[in-house]
Design a protein around this ligand. Structure first.
Ligand SMILES: [Zn+2]
Length: 367
């Protein structure tokens, strides 16, 4: 305060007046307190703490204009005011910075316990993969892929395949018939009707491989299922012999079980082939050396039976309109589940029909 009688330009010392300083401090503190984030506080800093036009900054410039005797008092007042504002500003800055850091941490936190958002890939069914692999082996040998209906006519499923209505082999097929009774329609019991359909529909020579689903009235247990897959093959050409059959199947067995394994044909019987045989392949696990160790894959047989085959019966060729005096052929058929069970060590056939993706995953995603 100027002493009475002193001449001080009131406009020049106005902002250093104690009331004015107190008002400037009050305004600054109010603004600092109400700043709710760092951007707002930065604006307060310019307006009240350090900006060129902040009242306390302007006031400081006026110190020099005071008479020497007043300067010390005014300087102390001004310093106290600035210190109070600066302290409040620093405290608020620390608060808002801490709040901001906490919020950023929370918002940007990665919860490592959450499952990944991506979808798990499924797996192809092991039978589909195996079927495709086997078909590829034959396609590479020049075969075409053929298909037929799963609801088949009796004639294609039995009669044309040399099984007349009274043929005893029919009873082994446990056929599922389609209503109404006497319709002649059934769920095909094997893929062999595709042989007949292929011969009727295609020009000779015919080399086809036919994978597909077949049905029999079997209760499901560890090794039987009312629905199962087969792979059928047929070659009809001039001059086809049993040696062609044997060479073809040896190539096929190699693709399925690996190289270096012997194959053998054992005499058998099927109505639609003559002669007929079972193809055995040397056990891929023990290589036939069962004397050294027990083998679960082949039950110590040393050999694994993998398919039935034979030379196409002339009656079958005739039924399909093919002249058996000019053409001959061979055919073979195998159960896909059985092949997969042997190859992959699957113990329960029902695993193939349960549809549990966990069963398929270990076989890998081949395609
Ligand atoms: Zn073995």
């Amino acid at each position: 305060m100027p002493a009475p009688g002193e001449t001080v330009d009131p406009s020049r010392v106005h902002s250093l007046d104690p009331d004015q300083l107190a008002a400037a401090v009050t305004a600054a503190l109010a603004s600092i307190t109400t700043a709710t984030d760092l951007d707002a506080l930065a604006a307060v800093r310019t307006a009240h703490v350090q900006g060129d036009n902040a009242p306390l900054v302007l006031a400081r410039r006026e110190l020099g204009a005071l008479p020497r005797e007043d300067r010390a008092d005014a300087g102390r007042r001004h310093n106290a005011a600035r210190a109070q504002v600066q302290a409040a500003y620093d405290t608020r800055l620390a608060q808002l910075t801490a709040e901001r850091d906490t919020r950023v941490l929370r918002e940007e936190r990665v919860d490592v316990t959450l499952p990944p958002a991506r979808r798990r890939r499924g797996a192809r069914h092991p039978l589909s993969s195996l079927s495709d692999r086997l078909v590829d082996v034959f396609v590479a040998m020049g075969y075409e892929v053929a298909e037929g209906p799963e609801v088949e006519h009796d004639w294609f499923n039995f009669e044309a395949l040399n099984m007349a209505p009274d043929h005893p082999a029919r009873s082994m097929h446990d056929t599922l018939y389609v209503e109404p009774a006497g319709s002649g329609r059934l769920l095909r019991t094997h893929t062999s009707p595709v042989q007949i359909r292929s011969l009727l529909a295609r020009d000779l020579p015919v080399y086809v491989v036919a994978p597909g689903r077949t049905y029999r009235n079997d209760a499901i247990d560890a090794t039987h299922s009312p629905v199962f897959g087969q792979l059928e093959g047929l070659a009809v050409d001039e001059g086809i012999t049993m040696a062609d059959l044997r060479g073809t199947l040896a190539t096929f067995a190699e693709a399925l079980f690996g190289t270096g394994l012997s194959t053998r044909l054992r005499p058998s019987y099927f109505p639609f082939t003559e002669p007929s045989a079972e193809l055995d392949v040397q056990c891929f696990s023990c290589h036939g050396e069962t004397a050294r160790q027990p083998c679960r894959v082949c039950s110590d047989e040393g050999w694994i039976e993998i398919l039935g085959c034979g030379m196409v019966d002339p009656n079958v060729l005739r039924a399909a309109g093919v002249d058996p005096t000019r053409y001959s052929g061979f055919a073979f058929g195998m159960g896909l589940e059985r092949a997969a069970m042997i190859r992959y060590g699957v113990r329960e056939i029902r695993d193939f029909v349960d549809g549990d993706v966990r069963f398929g995953l270990p076989f890998g995603i081949e395609d």
